[in-house]
Design a protein around this ligand. Structure first.
Ligand SMILES: [Zn+2]
Ligand SMILES: [Zn+2]
Length: 389
């Protein structure tokens, strides 16, 4: 017996074809003309009750109504790729230099299309399913852009679920946790303007390198001295740029990096202290310095009740032994967090097997995972929207 069900097993070859087409045609951010056309065209061949295109530029929403009244549940997939080259000799490798599906969003979209086909054919549920295909998950907060169009009110969404593939979690296994799953993710930039000049006359300059060094060290002390040790966070300074010549004190310096944490109060503390340190260092060393702090996405927090529904839906496919309800919290970020701030819901990880890691040039979504992902989507709908007997 197939671990999912026979109808889903029958769908897999077609879903694999969609997945590989999407993999060959990666597009970035909100600019997904081919991807969104392809997905909308596939939905057009299915018995959807409504299809709405061009939401937040290239987002798509499709509606499937069940056999009776009931709540409205949204299932979300992301569609965008990453700006990097793929290292692959596979037939379905990226045809676009500088773009690749290195996060498996091709698989996510294909699995949701598979679920769409199954749910439209079987309609073994009472209520409404809202399928969300979103652009710009990778650093573009496409989820927020779709929400800002009034997504949740317009379609009357009561609950929302997300799924992401997880390399090194075996195929046929799922992982999830209640509470914080992924970190709040922010990017920061510090621009320093000093007074440059001849390296032999430092007393006539205001060296931006001294200030950059002090800011670098000052930021390190935020984590150890300003935030609660058990509500900790992470600051990674990933770039410092300044200067060129051996005998010139430069005029400017820049730093950039990322901040991750799991608590909004920690996030507030880090942003505030970074601002104070930049200001204090600037006045100490007589330079101008400006911090730009971009909040990309909040902490992804699974709601307890919906976490449990998601775990039960996964356990119905693969059994309790193959569902890890205590996945470690990770410091990656996911803009699905914005959807979980709107309505109760949960995100679950589906095993991708021993592939290269996410965002690696050799990564590929594992087609063996397709039936498990499709079955998760169909189970959560049939569990949460039962047909009254
Ligand atoms: Zn990613
Ligand atoms: Zn991703």
């Amino acid at each position: 017996m197939h671990p999912t069900n026979n109808r889903i097993a029958d769908l897999v070859p077609e879903v694999r074809t969609w997945r590989r087409w999407l993999h060959q045609h990666p597009e970035l951010q909100f600019d997904l003309p081919k991807t969104s056309r392809y997905i909308a065209d596939q939905l057009g061949t299915m018995d959807m009750d409504e299809i709405h295109e061009n939401i937040a530029q290239t987002g798509i929403v499709a509606i499937i109504k069940g056999t009776g009244d009931g709540p409205t549940i949204a299932l979300r997939a992301d569609m965008d790729a990453l700006p990097m080259d793929e290292y692959s000799n596979d037939e379905h490798a990226s045809k676009t230099p500088g773009a690749m599906h290195a996060c498996g969003h091709d698989g996510h979209s294909a699995m949701l299309l598979g679920a769409a086909k199954y749910l439209a054919e079987t309609r073994n549920f009472s209520g409404t399913v809202v399928l969300i295909f979103q652009p710009a998950e990778e650093g573009g907060t496409g989820a927020k852009a779709m929400i800002d169009t009034g997504l949740f009110e317009r379609f009357g969404i009561d609950e929302v679920y997300g799924m992401h593939n997880m390399p090194n979690l075996p195929v046929g296994q799922f992982g999830l946790r209640s509470g914080p799953v992924l970190a709040a993710t922010d990017f920061f930039y510090v621009e320093i303007e000093g007074v440059g000049g001849h390296a032999s006359r430092p007393h006539k300059c205001n060296d931006p390198l001294v200030a950059a060094n002090a800011i670098y060290n000052g930021f390190q002390s935020i984590i150890t001295r300003n935030v609660d040790p058990i509500r900790n966070g992470l600051i990674s300074i990933t770039a410092m740029q300044s200067g060129e010549a051996n005998n010139v004190i430069p005029q400017t310096a820049t730093l950039k990096g990322t901040v991750r944490n799991l608590h909004e109060d920690t996030r507030d503390t880090i942003e505030r202290r970074m601002g104070e340190i930049v200001e204090g260092v600037a006045s100490t060393y007589g330079v101008q310095a400006k911090l730009t702090y971009d909040r990309l996405c909040p902490v992804t927090v699974n709601h307890d009740e919906q976490f449990n529904y998601a775990a039960l839906a996964a356990e119905r496919i693969v059994g309790t032994d193959n569902v890890d309800r205590e996945q470690p919290t990770r410091l990656g970020g996911e803009d699905f967090s914005y959807m979980l701030q709107e309505k109760p819901g949960a995100i679950i990880f589906v095993g991708n097997g021993s592939t290269a890691g996410l965002h690696h040039p050799e990564y590929d979504f594992n087609d063996e995972a397709l039936p498990y992902g499709i079955a998760f989507w169909t189970n959560i709908i049939e569990d949460r929207l039962p047909v009254s007997k």
